[in-house]
Design a protein around this ligand. Sequence first.
Ligand code: M6R
Length: 608
Amino acid sequence: MCGIVGYIGKAQAAPILLDGLSKLEYRGYDSAGIAVYDGEHIVGKKAMGRLKVLSEMTHDGETMPGTVGIGHTRWATHGAPTDENAHPHFNESETIAVVHNGIIENYLKLKKKLIDKGYSFQSETDTEVVAHLLDYYYKGNPLEAITKVMHRVDGSYALGIIFADQPGYVYAVRKDSPLIVGKGKDGNLIASDVPAVLKYTRDVCFIENEEIARLSEDAIEFFNVDGEPIEKTYKTIEWDVNAAEKGGYEHFMLKEMYEQPKTVRDTLSPRLKDNDIVIEELGMTDEEIREISRIRIVACGSAYHTGVTAKYVYEGMARIPVEVDLASEFRYRNPILDEKELVIIISQSGETADSLAALREAKERGNTTMGIVNVVGSSIAREADKVFYTWAGPEIAVATTKAYSAQLIAHYLLAIKFARVRGTITEQEMADYITDLKRLPDQIELLLGNKERIQRFANRYVTAKDVFFIGRGIDYAISLEGSLKLKEISYIHSEAYAAGELKHGTISLIEEGTLVSAVVTQEDLYKKTVSNIVEVRTRGAFVMAVTNEGNTEIEKAADYVVYIPKTNKYFTNSLAIIPLQLFSYYVSVGKGCDVDKPRNLAKSVTVE
Ligand code: M6R
């Protein structure tokens, strides 16, 4: 989604803005722009397409002198991705410049009122309304104008604002869209995400809803929506700036796939203590765990897929009934929640609009909420009653891999913990589960080592039109993710089906040479899925099977087999997903797609 950067200090602003925006490219965007105060005027430059177009246009910022500025990468929502619609947006006299993330929901009504008052608009965006509204209220006091605008606009916003007659300040405002400020040595910054400021500072402060920050060269002040000063605390970002760089890998996605053994270890180890699982940060008593009547998992995309796997794990191990909901559906269907239901929201970014809205809905109904979140200090992490952090580090590629793997680990740990407390597994069973969990990082490493074989296979499928992924039980959940990975980065149509469901319609799509990926890791369902493999193969499909070591019999039914090391039946997702990730990655590379930034997609979906 869109990205925001702002700078005020001793250095030239434009190169810092361009550099900061480059760190936000992973969020997905289709145009970019910057505005810099040159000592007399605010000068803006915008360009459709990649950031490098803007960098070339401004000679890496050199042609835009000035030490105060704001910048933006736009992912189009209101109006096509054009130069006109790119941010920053200005008031008519170009004395106020605004960059915006989020959606102003009542912009049409406001736009009409402003047009009636004689304002004219250059773009189709909702953001331009903010620029004109600021102009309307501005009588020399920026804070007053900003708070008035905040009272008029509905929806979500993170705003960066500069005023030509107040060149010593950059303003930042937030409601339901993330925004941080960074306290630097030679200047201060605003950004919609931490990587944009890490080169300049590790001291950041998260702006909360309806708060305003006023940055000058050497000070940062905060105000509430009534313009009253407030105190805020800063956080030191511990993770390394290199974690957000490619480090020699061709793509972030490849790097992040290779980080999975570490991610799994980092998520596991702080919670494993002498053959016990201790999740202190949740502050959940055994009594509270025993009282859970149902678990409701709510998430989007891949995070939702980990929820589908988790259903089998919580129900199987801890015998707690589980419902899994897509966040975008949950929030609008007036869901029936039992008061003892634990609502788990899963999100890598912690900012996904639908997941955040679902969290708020559950909280409003009085349910206990838990966030399984990767980005520290993100909205979901801050607002959930309990937070389980997945220690995956920054994930840059739009297609999630390591955060997905870390989310699975979070579920396994919670399920074992809940099962032990509720007495549905013995101490010995828990010890066995922990032994298997500890083996996962090495087993993932082993599978990653097999990448050349998968690459050769993937190269045969770069021209595929349709691919089907089938499996039963947890294997179905794995298939959902395998299918999403392939389609989102290679643009090849793919679908995941519960293997037994295929014959109820979709099997008619199978023709000579159609690739079907069958995941067969659940021993009790092995024979059933093999029968489904035979069904599709008889109709001409070429079958790639992913199964457990030792199941060599499958070679009679499938055309190509990938074996995964043995683990407990509940944990096979963590291993079987690796060849499927590699397959998608190499198909995408083979097709020459933009692996890390697939078209139309954004890393953090902050609009509904
Ligand atoms: O940040 P979140 O985990 O809340 O994001 C959820 C989905 O948008 C995300 O998993 C998406 O499906 C990815 N593109 C999958 O690779």
